[in-house]
Design a binder for this molecule. Structure first.
Ligand code: NAD
Ligand code: UDP
Length: 358
């Protein structure tokens, strides 16, 4: 009864790419905070089962299950997107805001197939913004990336630093930021925009029911470590130990995926209760961890040895990417709560319980 009363005041959020790794954890967080959510995903890089797991985590609570609606489809399909907005309106729920995760995310793939990345990421976003405008939806939280900074010599990185992406993936993210900025600056706009520049999300929900499921051989370090731990690969290749870092291996700012999910909730809350504006926020912990650090931490926390070999540097890699997260901490009612121990334990728990993914 109380829940029904609350529902009347709940905001409705469209989550594009909500079946994916970060999207599914964010959906969980939004539901916990009593938002109604509509997920749109083509499942080009995810399983529909991730959303089923959310329902399991909420113990099949019927009222919560009513608050999550899934539409399978591609955001480049304008007709489909219009239908999603219209259906929600006809059901009495105007979409108040969008969290836009849908996109392709492999740097390597983007170098091989740049057109596919421009089309999916940029055309998809343009279609989404057009439909949002048609339905007077003026709030968007966009999944940007630390890759937009390229290879900065200075760490930690501030939001005001130059945007200079080094690969097509990063260029699509920077272009979307640029487009949003242009629309925001137009005189007619009441747009509320947050470009969240994520650093390196790893780990999984502590239940072990949800996590990252790379459909192909993973490119990223953490899922690869998990697969070596699981015995699927014999060893990890470390891409260079001659980087200008404290131990010669690449340094990154790893953030627990649930901390990242919570940052989205806080960002939405902030945008929805403030005037039209555009903000760029780094979402990281501000702590730099090297490849060797991460391997050691994973081994100690989970009591598993990770065999590795030093190989050549990976093309397109940079030495160090660490966030200055002070702006996000001061603006949002948010700060990272989980440390590297939690990231390693939760990530391995998910891998161990789900050796074949969802
Ligand atoms: P993910 O691949 O798990 O999730 C993206 C989701 O979008 C997938 O479910 C995919 O099926 C869907 N999708 C892709 N193109 C679509 C389209 N045209 N229409 C509808 N759905 C589509 O990736 P993730 O790690 O959850 O990343 C989410 C977002 O955050 C991406 O935009 C990614 O670029 C960005 N990001 C990720 C990282 C990271 O390290 N994981 C870092 C920085 C930024
Ligand atoms: N890395 C590595 N072996 C791997 C994957 C990654 O040594 O199999 C290194 C990579 O060179 C970088 C760090 O781990 O220094 C993080 O790489 P990841 O791809 O996870 O993140 P990104 O480079 O996109 O920030």
């Amino acid at each position: 009864m109380v829940f029904k009363l609350l529902r009347k005041h709940m905001k409705t959020i469209l989550v594009t790419g909500g079946s994916g790794f970060i999207g599914s954890h964010t959906c969980l967080c939004l539901l916990k905070n009593k938002y109604k959510i509509i997920v749109v995903d083509s499942n080009v890089n995810s399983s529909k089962l991730s959303l089923k797991m959310i329902k399991k985590i909420f113990d099949q609570n019927k009222e919560v299950m009513e608050e999550i609606i899934f539409h399978q489809g591609d955001i480049r399909d304008e007709k489909f997107l219009k239908k999603v907005f219209l259906k929600s309106l006809n059901n009495g729920y105007q979409i108040d805001g969008v969290i836009h995760f849908a996109g392709l995310k492999s740097v390597e793939e983007s170098i091989k197939y740049p057109l596919m990345y421009w089309d999916n990421n940029v055309s998809g976003t343009l279609t989404l913004i057009k439909v949002m405008e048609l339905f007077n939806c003026e709030t968007i939280v966009f999944s940007s990336s630390a890759t937009v900074y390229g290879s900065s010599e200075i760490s930690p990185l501030k939001e005001s630093f130059e945007i200079k992406p080094l690969n097509p993936y990063g260029q699509t993210k920077a272009t979307i930021e640029y487009i949003l900025d242009g629309i925001f600056r137009s005189s007619k706009s009441n747009l509320k925009v947050a470009n969240l520049r994520y650093f390196n999300p790893i780990g999984a929900h502590c239940s072990g029911l949800m996590g990252e499921e790379p459909l192909n051989k993973p490119n990223n370090l953490f899922p690869y470590i998990c697969l070596v731990a699981a015995g699927k690969y014999k060893k990890l290749n470390i891409y260079g130990n001659d980087w200008p870092t404290f131990d010669g291996t690449g340094v990154r700012d790893y953030i627990h995926v649930m901390d990242l999910a919570e940052a989205h909730f806080s960002t939405l809350k902030f945008l929805l209760s403030n005037k039209a504006q555009l903000i760029n926020l780094n979402i990281g912990t501000g702590i730099g961890t090297s490849v060797l650090d991460l391997i050691n931490k994973f081994s100690v926390v989970n009591d598993i040895i990770i065999p590795f070999e030093i190989v050549d540097r990976r093309p397109g890699d940079v030495a160090s990417l660490v966030a200055n997260n002070q702006k996000a901490i001061s603006i949002l009612d948010w700060k990272p709560q989980r440390d590297l121990n939690n990231m390693c334990a939760d990530g391995w728990n998910w891998q161990k319980r789900n050796p074949n993914g969802y």
